[in-house]
Design a protein. Structure first.
Length: 290
């Protein structure tokens, strides 16, 4: 294994840990609206992204055709964060994390629809397998009507998958990563600000501190995942991003005494297996093409 790939793996595992910390801090902040939580998360991320943007100089390219994709990426990304925070507050932490990690499978579907990329039969089978695993986590019974958090969490994964697809569109359109991150964070902050002004839920100092810690954790996670894919291609290391499920299960038990039920564990195993198969398939396919 090359040193570059090893560093990529380390940074990706670190990003998974920081994003798990973000979810823990969000849950610890207590009974606050998900939109209010997302505001503080995005505010910190925006400030971090602004520093990166100033240092890198990667401002908007000026291509008019990219403007709509900037807003589309920011819009669905904002929906994804709010849905994820709602799921974190109402589900077992590892369940919420896993539903969010369905995003790569949705990204494949959206790549077919938006980018017109060809999806091969093995990829279709793997995506179907991931959805079967997702059913075990969601547990679609009549109780779901009373607590739709699983469906909201899945919607967050769908939105994240669509957001990643638009990130690819913007990347191919010549936009720099620092600008994409900043525009998303700034958009999310501005969109959620009116809610904060008119429907502000009073917070205690400890809640504010926890939300600021969530924002810092998210920013660190974003920095680490950017560094990871700088050191190695996504197809070679993306499977390690699922270490977040392990971190979430451990911290969920250690901090909140949460224990996933046996159906959720079956879903974890199925989805992580599908993720590994997709990683294995993409890696071997790229080798044959070289």
């Amino acid at each position: 294994m090359s040193n570059q790939k090893r560093m990529g793996i380390i940074f990706l595992i670190l990003s998974a840990f920081f994003f798990t910390l973000m979810n823990v801090f969000v849950r610890l902040s207590g009974d606050l609206p998900s939109i209010e939580k997302s505001f503080f998360r995005n505010l910190i991320a925006m400030l971090f992204a602004l520093v990166l943007l100033i240092k890198s100089g990667g401002w908007f390219s000026g291509k008019r055709e990219n403007i709509k994709f900037v807003f589309l990426r920011a819009g669905v990304g904002t929906i994804g964060i709010i849905c994820n925070f709602y799921a974190v507050d109402h589900l077992v932490l590892s369940d919420a994390s896993l539903l969010n990690k369905m995003s790569p499978f949705f990204a494949i579907i959206f790549s077919l629809i938006i980018l017109k990329e060809h999806i091969k039969k093995p990829q279709i089978a793997i995506v179907i397998g991931a959805f079967i695993g997702c059913i075990f986590v969601i547990k679609p019974t009549s109780a779901l009507l009373h607590n739709p958090a699983s469906l909201v969490g899945l919607l967050g994964g769908i939105a994240a998958g669509l957001a990643y697809t638009y990130v690819r569109v913007l990347g191919e359109g010549g936009e720099k990563g620092a600008f994409v991150v900043f525009s998303f964070s700034a958009f999310s902050t501005l969109v959620t600000l009116p809610y904060l002004i008119f429907f502000y839920h009073p917070m205690r100092l400890i809640q504010l501190i926890l939300l600021l810690l969530a924002g810092i954790s998210a920013a660190c996670g974003q920095l680490c995942i950017t560094a990871a894919y700088f050191h190695a291609p996504a197809k070679e290391i993306s499977i390690y991003d699922y270490s977040q499920i392990i971190f979430s299960a451990f911290l969920g038990f250690a901090v909140f005494q949460q224990v996933p039920d046996h159906l959720s564990w079956i879903g974890y195993i199925i989805i992580c297996t599908m993720a590994f198969l997709m990683y294995w398939y993409n890696t071997n396919t790229s080798r044959h093409q070289e």
